[in-house]
Design a protein around this ligand. Structure first.
Ligand SMILES: CC(C)(COP(=O)(O)OP(=O)(O)OC[C@H]1O[C@@H](n2cnc3c(N)ncnc32)[C@H](O)[C@@H]1OP(=O)(O)O)[C@@H](O)C(=O)NCCC(=O)NCCSC(=O)C(=O)O
Length: 357
């Protein structure tokens, strides 16, 4: 779909590389501009995290603190369709690679600046990371334990939501460019991505409702709840529609619970206590088999390796990649590597600039 679209990606860590990875999956040609020391993500987890989101891209190492490096970057930018950067606001302009600099040679460029708090806000110039965005957007407070303490998630949600938002804006700008012939400067803020997710919570609270969003979805009712199994694992029951709940109650031999779909999920409440006891009668595997046999919106809470196995053997839909020509194929190799092939080595594609000299 994006065959022939060239994305020049100066970004580090996760949000920008995730955005360009999504575009690469749609067929774009992504060239990473890395400092000679490489993307800051490269050293973590033996390079595996970097590999997951950078496979299929090209790497050119440029020292942008030298005139030669900046010159080469400018020449690449003059030929690119999309440029992504995620430095602190002002960094690219100081390097002579800001939007106005690049636009002079390439007025069709779609220039995407990813930042924590936008290019111009009270916090714009402060450094920040994913945990800060989750904290400030109100999202982290929604991941609290029973005592109200925020739970530190083991995945960086703002980075990925922000990366998706960046890819979404880039696609919209490419579409607009088809109609107008004009490029654009996109100001994507990672905290904004989370604010979009929080819009429903903000609206409910603004209208005098709870600060925890919709109570039907926030763990307060028996039909939409996590239950512990005999082997200490958890099942997610999400029987929101009355027909699923009724079918569940009948399938587990408790048709008398049908009327109690919205009963509170509190110890001491008869139906809740009954469900807790019921789920403890079977193991995760036994409940998983039940969930595949009976259509009631029930699914096991899986660990990483278990989930990966489900994707890998096709029982969940594969993460897919669009190949030139339009065929969809699995985006991960047999060794469990995700993203469609090997990641580039630092400066593996140096010829992309040398060829021009
Ligand atoms: C992540 C940061 C806090 C890191 O801050 P800093 O370490 O102070 O970096 P800055 O971006 O301010 O500046 C980068 C500096 O590197 C220089 N620079 C950059 N590329 C090059 C190359 N190729 N060659 C030479 N020098 C280079 C650039 O000129 C700047 O120098 P000087 O101008 O001389 O300083 C910030 O980049 C930032 O706020 N970015 C926007 C939001 C973001 O990406 N957040 C992290 C998401 S990942 C995440 O949250 C997570 O995984 O956790």
């Amino acid at each position: 779909m994006l065959d022939g679209i060239v994305v020049l990606d100066f970004s580090h860590y996760l949000p920008g590389p995730f955005a360009s990875w999504r575009l690469a999956q749609l067929g774009a040609d992504v060239i990473k501009i890395e400092p000679p020391s490489g993307d800051r993500l490269r050293p973590f987890a033996g390079g595996r995290l970097f590999a997951a989101y950078n496979a299929g891209k090209k790497s050119v190492a440029l020292n942008l603190k030298t005139e030669e490096g900046r010159d080469q970057a400018r020449r690449l930018a003059a030929r690119a369709d999309v440029l992504i950067e995620s430095f602190r606001p002002g960094v690219m302009a100081r390097l002579g690679l800001g939007y106005d600099d690049v636009r002079r040679d390439n007025e069709r460029i779609i220039y995407c600046s990813i930042s924590g708090f936008g290019q111009q806000s009270g916090r714009s110039l402060l450094g920040s990371h994913d945990l800060n965005y989750m904290a400030l957007s109100g999202l982290l407070a929604q991941l609290a334990d029973e005592r109200g303490r925020p739970v530190h998630p083991k995945i960086t949600l703002a980075d990925f939501i922000g990366g998706m938002a960046a890819a979404e804006r880039i696609l919209a700008a490419l579409f607009a460019r088809e109609r107008t012939g004009k490029g654009a400067h996109l100001d994507v803020s990672l905290v904004d991505g989370l604010a979009a997710m929080m819009a429903g919570h903000f609206a409910i609270e603004h209208g005098g409702g709870p600060k925890t969003g919709l109570s039907e979805l926030s763990g307060e009712v028996v039909c939409y709840q996590l239950y512990e199994t005999k082997d200490g694992r958890y099942m997610s029951l999400a029987a929101l529609e009355p027909h699923f709940w009724q079918r569940f109650c009948e399938a587990v031999g408790h048709p008398e619970w049908t009327e109690a779909q919205w009963a509170p999920a509190r110890p001491g409440e008869a139906v809740y206590d009954g469900l807790v006891a019921l789920f403890r009668e079977k193991t995760l595997d036994e409940w998983s088999a039940f969930a595949e046999a009976v259509d009631v919106c029930l699914a096991p809470v899986l660990e990483t390796g278990e989930a990966k196995a489900l994707f890998a053997d096709g029982r969940l839909r594969h993460l897919v990649r669009l190949q030139p020509g339009g065929a969809w194929t699995a985006a991960h190799g047999p060794d469990g590597q995700w993203g469609g092939g090997e990641p580039p080595k630092v400066n593996e594609h140096a010829h992309l600039v040398k060829g021009e000299e």
